[in-house]
Design a protein around this ligand. Structure first.
Ligand SMILES: Nc1ncnc2c1ncn2[C@@H]1O[C@H](COP(=O)(O)OP(=O)(O)OP(=O)(O)O)[C@@H](O)[C@H]1O
Length: 255
């Protein structure tokens, strides 16, 4: 079943057609990749999906609901979580507290909602702790639970960033260049973490420039060039698509 349907989405900034009638669907239990050169329109697409900006035309359907004009926090509450390109942590808080805060934001969507939920369920905070350790384990960060986030190395901060987004308990997690600035070992660890996220029941939509990693982890990919989708398929189909090789991958493709 399609969890997310993107239908003819378009966005223009002045003279630049950043996103041009882009359509694709992400199914449950899928890692779906968006690839394309710098300035292709990938981040703009993410910003449209999460309502950080509004489309000129087109629709975003999430779990059969049109969310094109929904507020960003409502979209997060519906189960669409995301990370940003730049690491965004509470650096003076511990790793565990970063996760707990994100998880608590998930359950406390409103003041009265919080009161009602805590009245209904006094175990809410305990459940939050259990959930947090579950996520830390998945990210291989459980040994760093009491460490301040600022003391983690770049690779572990990247893992924590994803773990925080996961703590909002999304059904679909949008990852914006999670391997940016990572060395090959860190890239491998993040790839494994993303696969584990899928196996634990959360679908993933990912933008990433590391082609090797994308070809390894994605079930399906779309290629965007100058705002337009030029191809869609499995990693093998994309790797061998002459139009993609011409327009984007080039002859030095080692994916
Ligand atoms: N807020 C904005 N105002 C004006 N132009 C913008 C804005 N955001 C993006 N653009 C332009 O839209 C186009 C698409 O940019 P976008 O950041 O979506 O590409 P991208 O594929 O994510 O690139 P990268 O891989 O480098 O992150 C670019 O030409 C960019 O300069």
């Amino acid at each position: 079943m399609a969890l997310l349907q993107v239908q003819n989405l378009s966005k223009r900034f002045g003279g630049v057609q950043a996103v041009d009638t882009v359509s694709f669907s992400v199914k449950e239990d899928q890692i779906y990749g968006l690839i394309g050169p710098n300035g292709a329109g990938k981040s703009t697409t993410f910003n449209l999906l999460t309502s950080m900006i509004k489309p000129d035309s087109g629709k975003v359907i999430f779990k059969d609901k049109d969310i094109s004009n929904e507020k960003p926090h409502k979209i997060a509450m519906l189960g669409l979580g995301r990370t940003f390109q730049h690491v965004n942590l509470f650096s003076e808080s511990t790793v565990l507290d970063n996760i707990l805060m994100a998880n608590y934001c998930r359950i406390s969507d409103s003041f009265w909602g919080t009161i009602w939920k805590s009245f209904k369920s006094p175990t809410t905070l305990l459940t939050g702790q259990e959930k947090a350790f579950e996520i830390l384990k998945l990210a291989d960060l459980e040994n760093y639970a009491d460490e301040l986030a600022k003391n983690l190395d770049h690779g572990h901060q990247g893992m924590l960033q994803i773990a925080i987004a996961l703590a909002t308990e999304p059904q679909l997690l949008l990852l914006d260049e999670p391997m940016r600035g990572m060395n090959p070992i860190e890239t491998e660890e993040i790839s494994d973490f993303i696969i584990k996220i899928k196996e634990s029941g959360t679908s993933v939509l990912i933008i990433e420039h590391d082609m090797k990693a994308m070809m390894k982890i994605c079930d399906q990919l779309s290629v965007i060039v100058y705002g337009k989708k030029i191809a869609e398929g499995t990693p093998d189909e994309i790797r061998n698509n002459p139009e993609v090789i011409n327009a984007y991958l080039g002859s030095d493709n080692d994916a």
